[in-house]
Design a protein around this ligand. Structure first.
Ligand SMILES: [Zn+2]
Length: 303
C-alpha cells in the first residue's frame, strides 16, 4: 500500500483561523509512530499539473487562484485567505488524491494523507475547499480507463455538493453522501444517493442509516473503485459536524465501509475530508484511525 503526502500540505493560516491546518503533519506523525507505514511507502507529492486541474476547473478560476485574486466575497465563502501559496498547496493536495486513486487501482488500497475537498465547484471554492480533488482524480482516471465505475463514498458530516455538481450525470460515477440534512452546505446538490440525517444524530442512529443505505448502493452500482472521503467531523466533539459519534462509533463506521469493498477485492482510495474537533489532536487521531483501518486488519489502535 502506498501513502501520498507532502510537508507542503501544511500552510500557515492567520492566528485563530478555524481550519486546523496542523492536522496534516500531526496525523502523518501519528501514522508513522503507529507503524502504519514505513518511509519507503510514502510518495512526496508535487502540485498537480494545470492540465489535470483544467479537466474540472475553469481556466479563469485557476488563473485568479494562482494570482491569489479572489473577491472579498469569494474569499469569505471559501473560508481561506487567497494567495499564490494557497493555490500551490491545494494543487499539491489534489495531486495526492489523483495519485492515490491510481495507486489504489493498481494495488488495491492507497491513501492521500489529506484530500476530500468536496465543496469546490468548477469556478468557485466553498467551505475550505479550493479545488475538487476527487473530480480531478476521476477525470484523470477516465482518460486511461474510459469505462471505469467509480463510487464516491462520502462519510464526512457535510454533503459533498461540489463533487455532486461536477460528477453528476456521469453514469460511470456514483456519489453517496451521508450527512446532517440541516447543516452546511445550505444549498445541497443531489448526488446518486443522499442520506440526510437529523441534527446531532446519535452514533447508533447514524450507523443504522449507514448500514441500511450503503450496501444496497454498492450492490446495485458494482464499482471498480471506491473513493472514500472518511471525514473526522462526525465526532461528537466536532465544532461543525453536528453529529454525536463516539470514537468507537467512528471505528465501526470505518470498519463497515471498508467491509463492503476490501473483502470483495474492490480497490479503495482513502481520503481525509473535514475535521474540526474542539481538541485538535482528536482530529488528527480520527484521520489516523480511518487510514489505519484501511491499511491493516481490524483490531488495531483506537484513539
Ligand atoms: Zn465536513
Amino acid at each position: 500500500m502506498r501513502f501520498f503526502y507532502s510537508p507542503g500540505y501544511y500552510l500557515p493560516l492567520p492566528e485563530g483561523h478555524p481550519f486546523p491546518m496542523v492536522k496534516f503533519p500531526m496525523a502523518y506523525d501519528m501514522l508513522r509512530a503507529a507503524g502504519v507505514f514505513s518511509e519507503e511507502q510514502v510518495t512526496l507529492v508535487e502540485p498537480a499539473a494545470r492540465e489535470y486541474l483544467e479537466r474540472v476547473h475553469t481556466p479563469e478560476y485557476l488563473d485568479r487562484l494562482a494570482r491569489g485574486e479572489l473577491s472579498p466575497r469569494e474569499a469569505t465563502v471559501l473560508g481561506l485567505p487567497p494567495s499564490p501559496e494557497l493555490f500551490v498547496r491545494s494543487a499539491r493536495e489534489t495531486e495526492g488524491t489523483r495519485l492515490a486513486c491510481r495507486a489504489a487501482l493498481a494495488d488495491g488500497c492507497a491513501a492521500n494523507l489529506a484530500g476530500g475537498t468536496h465543496h469546490a465547484f468548477a469556478d468557485r471554492g466553498e467551505g475550505f475547499c479550493v479545488l475538487n480533488d476527487v473530480a480531478v482524480a476521476v477525470r484523470d482516471l477516465q482518460t486511461d480507463h474510459s469505462r471505469l465505475r467509480v463510487m464516491v463514498v462520502d462519510t464526512d458530516a457535510h454533503q459533498g455538493n461540489g463533487t455532486h455538481a461536477l460528477l453528476g450525470g456521469d453514469p460511470r460515477v456514483y456519489t453517496y453522501s451521508i450527512h446532517v440534512a440541516a447543516n452546511y452546505p445550505s444549498r445541497k446538490v443531489p448526488g446518486s444517493l443522499d442520506v440526510g440525517l437529523e441534527r446531532f444524530v446519535p452514533g447508533a442512529a447514524y450507523l443504522d442509516a449507514l448500514r441500511a443505505s450503503l450496501p444496497g448502493a454498492v450492490d446495485r452500482f458494482r464499482p471498480d473503485l471506491a473513493v472514500w472521503l472518511s471525514g473526522a467531523d462526525p465526532h461528537q466533539n466536532d465544532r461543525f459536524g453536528q453529529m454525536q459519534l463516539t470514537v468507537r462509533d467512528m471505528a465501526e463506521r470505518d470498519a463497515f465501509v471498508l467491509s463492503l469493498f476490501q473483502p470483495r477485492g474492490i480497490p479503495v482510495a482513502v481520503l481525509y475530508g473535514g475535521g474540526y474537533n474542539r481538541e485538535l489532536a482528536n482530529t488528527a487521531r480520527l484521520h489516523r484511525n480511518s487510514v489505519a483501518a484501511a491499511a491493516v486488519p481490524p483490531g488495531t489502535p483506537a484513539i
